[in-house]
Design a protein around this ligand. Structure first.
Ligand code: ADP
Length: 161
């Protein structure tokens, strides 16, 4: 069995920053499972099915990427797909404290699963799903921030609201 990793997140919606991390992880690991985990403290704009559909669409050119949904603990999902690694992206120092907390907790829950951080590409260091939603909501240009199909979905979402 090859080296299996998971890329957990809310992906509400997937951005070019996420995609960059997924693409880079896919060069290092034999299999990358991108998994939508419902973050109970965040209210989402897109349904889980919509988020999965967008991730599938924009990662379909990467053969070793799988897309999935899981309700529960990240480490439990990792175990269920026999992954030995959790991949997270790091944008700025502000991400660090939160990520350190989750990583430490995950290590307490299962010390066999290692968390790896991939530093964001400089051009995406300011980019988050929340910022994209804010810009899209007020009709700003998001073409440099998300794949075209995501930009289209965002426009439709806000047109219907
Ligand atoms: P979560 O709710 O778990 O933080 P997100 O969808 O916000 O889910 O993020 C998923 C992962 O992608 C996290 O590791 C986050 O740091 C990373 N990420 C988000 N945006 C970027 C970006 N622009 N560049 C690099 N990594 C990013």
């Amino acid at each position: 069995m090859g080296k299996i990793s998971i890329c957990p997140g809310s992906f509400d919606p997937i951005t070019l920053g996420h995609l960059d991390i997924i693409q880079r992880a896919a060069r290092v690991f034999d299999e990358v499972n991108v998994v939508v985990l419902n973050n109970s403290s965040k209210k989402s704009l897109f349904t889980v099915d919509e988020r999965l559909g967008l991730i599938r669409e924009v990662t379909k050119h990467i053969p070793n990427v799988k897309v999935d949904y899981f309700q529960g603990l990240t480490v439990d999902y990792a175990k269920s797909v026999h992954a030995s690694a959790i991949i997270r992206g790091l944008r700025a120092v502000s991400d660090f404290e939160y990520e350190m907390q989750i990583t430490s907790m995950n290590r307490v829950l299962d010390e066999q699963i290692e968390t790896f951080f991939i530093m964001t590409n400089n051009q995406y260091s300011f980019l988050s799903s929340s910022i994209v939603k804010e810009v899209a909501k007020y009709g700003g240009n998001i073409t440099e921030l998300v794949p075209a199909v995501v930009a289209q979905s965002l426009r439709e979402k806000f047109a219907n609201q």
